[in-house]
Write a new protein. Structure first.
Length: 279
């Protein structure tokens, strides 16, 4: 029964213009960034490593498809959450706006099945966004910029060999999909509380901005917040590009994100089960 309802919900989701917008944005931005890096890539590389130019000599094709895939993945944290909330924030609130809650929830299908199907549709959309970004950035990046080593400059310099990159990129994009699923789950929860999709979208993005700012303040006062805030763990994909992957940190961040998803799903089910659709 849930699969039947899911098929209906997916049809509804992908028939809306706001759903197509997310894929169009990804399909346009990724090739544009890659072409820009093809033209100005070395200048960008020299600018980002200018502090190291006096101490190191860089040779080889370091501005390659793997590097651009890594750069595009870094953009995920800023842009894709908004695209995710466009659908997840509307999927329940849109029913209230259209006045179709009563028809929807009085069908011979349980509220649990309806809410679960809508939640699954939100997760499918969020994961497809990341999948599209991964395919376009890696495939087009390699075709346009070629292959080479991946230079990662953070608190330390890491150079990854070509045969050690693909699995790291795949794992990082999979973790990014989990991060976007968390954003979708939060927007889905807020969507169950209001009757207008703008509220869940703005609230979710506002929470992301506030938690990101507070988590970035280096003070012991916010240490407990950093441990539980989902925004602090959404960047866990970066761990896959350390010389030696710290699997304990990866698993901790993944568990925190999964915990947020589960709590939001249960809370949404509780809210929708008690929702009054007759007045």
């Amino acid at each position: 029964m849930i699969l039947t309802v899911l098929r209906v919900e997916l049809t509804k989701v992908f028939s809306k213009w706001r759903t197509i917008i997310g894929f169009l944005v990804i399909a346009v931005i990724v090739p544009v960034v890659i072409v820009a890096m093809k033209v100005e890539g070395m200048r960008f590389f020299q600018y980002s490593t200018q502090a190291l130019q006096d101490a190191f000599t860089f040779t080889g094709n370091l501005m390659n498809g793997y590097t651009i895939s890594y750069i595009i993945l870094g953009m995920l944290y800023i842009h894709v959450p908004f695209l995710t909330t466009l659908v997840a924030g509307d999927i329940l609130a849109g029913e209230a706006t259209a006045g179709t809650y009563r028809v929807l929830l009085t069908r011979p299908v349980s509220r649990f099945s309806v809410v679960t199907a809508k939640w699954m549709a939100s997760m499918v959309y969020a994961n497809l966004l990341v999948l599209l970004m991964a395919i376009l950035s890696i495939v087009i990046g390699l075709l346009v910029l070629g292959t080479g080593e991946l230079l990662v400059v953070r608190s330390q310099i890491v150079i990854l060999a070509q045969d050690d990159i693909i699995w790291r990129l795949a794992s990082a994009y999979a973790f990014a999909a989990l991060s976007m699923s968390t954003v979708a789950a939060i927007a889905f929860l807020f969507s169950s509380l209001v009757e207008n999709a703008i509220g869940p979208i703005m609230t979710t993005m506002g929470i992301i901005i506030v938690l990101t700012i507070l988590s970035s303040i280096d003070t012991p006062l916010f240490d407990p917040l950093r441990k539980v805030a989902f925004t602090s763990h959404m960047i866990g994909w970066r761990f896959f590009f350390d010389q030696v992957v710290d699997w304990s940190r990866v698993s901790t961040s993944a568990l925190v994100l999964v915990g947020h998803i589960v709590v939001c799903f249960i809370a949404t089910q509780f809210i929708m089960h008690r929702k009054d659709i007759l007045t």
